[in-house]
Design a protein around this ligand. Structure first.
Ligand SMILES: [Zn+2]
Ligand SMILES: [Zn+2]
Length: 274
């Protein structure tokens, strides 16, 4: 069992202690557990500061790796918010820290926050969707040191009008993004937090995953984006079924930025789904 996207109180928007998250992961039978606290440099809603004390966090995670080593494999990861003007600064940090795994996520577009809806003002739903994907593509192309693309189509979470946008209308933009990801040898994360919204799917939508495969992509990771202990590995049965119906057979786990692979069949067995 794996969960490659998890937050702890080192993240600005999470109150759960490292220990409470790890112990919940162990109780759920997780063997490969990646902690990916937020680093969002120059986050645009200045009420929040998605900064990290890397030294303190690294020490805490290393201590936990040692303490729980007989029960669970813990990885030192990061969810890195990307914006074109901070890529250079963030890459220096990533190189310096020696993470196991880096998720590149976009939480702000046009220097405006998605979460508080500033970004959507004055844009039609289609314009907003396209602008988000285009800026994300630029970031993913410029950046070198990341493992996967985080919650690729999260832009529609924060403004319900974007639910009306047909994927065919953004197909070219999304395919350009996917081509960049494949060209750079990066992957796509399957983020099961999508199921807790009005969507009946993980991020990204299965249609996007099917385009990813058509274009030659195969590298995926699986994570719940848990900010609470009880949310770890949530919605896995649905997500695994969807991945299998698309023809995926393996899920990657990253250690020292290098992937190794676990059969989806084995994850299902661990969940007693077979
Ligand atoms: Zn995120
Ligand atoms: Zn997250």
């Amino acid at each position: 069992m794996i969960d490659a996207h998890n937050h702890t109180l080192f993240s600005e928007d999470c109150e759960a202690t490292l220990e409470s998250m790890i112990e919940s992961a162990i109780s759920k039978g997780i063997k490969h557990y990646t902690i990916t606290d937020h680093l969002d440099l120059d986050y645009q809603d200045k009420r929040y500061k998605f900064d990290l004390n890397h030294r303190e966090r690294k020490e805490a995670i290393h201590a936990a790796q040692e303490k729980y080593k007989d029960k669970i494999e813990i990885y030192y990861g990061l969810e890195c918010g990307v914006q074109p003007h901070i890529i250079e600064e963030v890459e220096k940090i990533i190189l310096n820290e020696g993470f196991d795994f880096v998720i590149a996520s976009m939480h702000t577009t046009h220097k405006k926050d998605l979460y508080n809806q500033d970004f959507y003002q004055g844009l039609s739903p289609l314009e907003a969707y396209r602008a988000y994907i285009k800026e994300f593509t630029i970031c993913l192309d410029t950046m070198s040191h990341y493992s996967v693309v985080g919650h690729l189509d999260i832009v529609k979470r924060y403004h319900t009008d974007l639910h009306q946008v047909s994927l065919e209308d953004v197909e070219e933009e999304i395919k350009d993004l996917l081509r960049v990801v494949i060209k750079k040898g990066k992957g796509i994360e399957i983020n099961t937090s999508g199921y807790k919204d009005a969507f009946n799917h993980a991020f990204p939508h299965p249609q996007i995953l099917s385009w990813y495969q058509e274009l030659g992509g195969h590298l995926i990771t699986l994570g719940s984006d848990a900010h609470f202990p009880e949310r770890i590995a949530q919605f896995y049965p649905q997500a695994l079924e969807s991945l299998e119906s698309l023809g995926f057979k393996k899920i990657a786990v990253f250690k020292s930025m290098i992937p190794f692979f676990i059969d989806i069949e084995d994850v299902k067995n661990a969940l007693n789904l077979t």
